[in-house]
Design a binder for this molecule. Structure first.
Ligand SMILES: Nc1nc2c(ncn2[C@@H]2O[C@H](COP(=O)(O)OP(=O)(O)O)[C@@H](O)[C@H]2O)c(=O)[nH]1
Ligand SMILES: [Mg+2]
Length: 249
């Protein structure tokens, strides 16, 4: 029996969040990993797909919406990378009114996420589907747990981890996807590599997955069933690997 679902209509996602959290870099990674561009540019080298206007390059920041389309697993996604600069916030709110999904990009620092309060309120009040992507996990000192607690204080909806980090000493070397129960090792600017679930993270994975399923069970039985299926299929090795850029929370 085929496990493939029929492709959906084209979808649109907004990348929103504070200035410098990494939205334009995330867009570049998505485009590169899905094959829309052959070489991953970098904001520091001023050669990204986004921020291509003279003004954005000169200011080294997004000064207007960046729009790019790519395909993944047979589905078409258009991304609206919104400027995070506070004086351009209206551009982000306008984009959020038309998208299927908002990806809130932030850094793993509780103090910094407090600035997300108006954005999360906007998403909550309008019932806009959203996920939080905690970026810059390669930098030392970030805390997922403290960041999640700070975010929960700003959101009326329960927030649960979708991925947990794999630590290697002080550094984070990869993550476990709690839906498929697959572990991945990060490689700089490359597709994450599927690895055996490390023993050191097995207990934490069970605990975090139980929390995630419990939260889902409170409001969506179909989604709960789909999570169970995805995990058993991936243990059988029949589903494609998750994208390296999937959600961190
Ligand atoms: N260490 C680290 N730096 C990042 C990461 N993502 C983005 N950056 C850097 O953060 C800065 C801002 O990135 P940018 O994508 O322009 O952020 P935006 O303002 O949210 O669009 C740039 O110098 C990027 O190179 C990341 O995952 N890790
Ligand atoms: Mg930007």
């Amino acid at each position: 029996m085929s496990t493939r679902k029929p492709p959906s209509a084209p979808r649109c996602a907004a990348l929103v969040g504070p200035y410098l959290s990494g939205k334009t870099s995330l867009l570049e990674s998505v485009l590169s990993l899905t094959g829309a561009v052959s070489r991953r540019g970098s904001v520091r080298e001023s050669n990204t797909v986004g921020d291509g206007t003279a003004e954005a390059r000169a200011r080294q920041m997004s000064t207007e919406l960046n729009v790019a389309t790519t395909d993944y697993l047979g589905e078409t996604w258009t991304f609206l990378d919104c400027p995070g600069f506070i004086e351009l916030a209206q551009d982000a709110f306008n984009a959020l009114s038309v998208v299927d999904l908002a990806v809130v990009v932030c850094e793993p620092e509780p103090q910094k996420v407090l600035t997300l309060a108006p954005l999360l309120r906007f998403l909550d009040e309008r019932n806009i589907p959203h996920l939080v992507f905690v970026n810059k996990m390669d930098l030392p000192g970030g805390s997922i747990r403290a960041t999640l607690e700070a975010l929960q204080g700003l959101s009326t909806r329960p927030l649960v981890l979708r991925e947990i980090p794999i630590r290697d000493g002080e550094k984070i070397s990869g993550f476990v996807d709690l839906v498929s129960e697959r572990a991945f090792r990060w490689s700089e600017a490359q597709r994450s590599e599927l690895i055996q679930l490390p023993e050191t993270v097995a207990d934490r994975e069970k605990e975090a997955r139980a929390e995630m399923l419990e939260a889902i069970a409170d409001f969506d039985d179909a989604l709960l069933e789909s999570c169970w299926k995805t995990s058993s299929q991936s243990r059988g090795g029949s589903t494609p690997a998750s994208p390296a850029t999937c959600s961190r929370i």
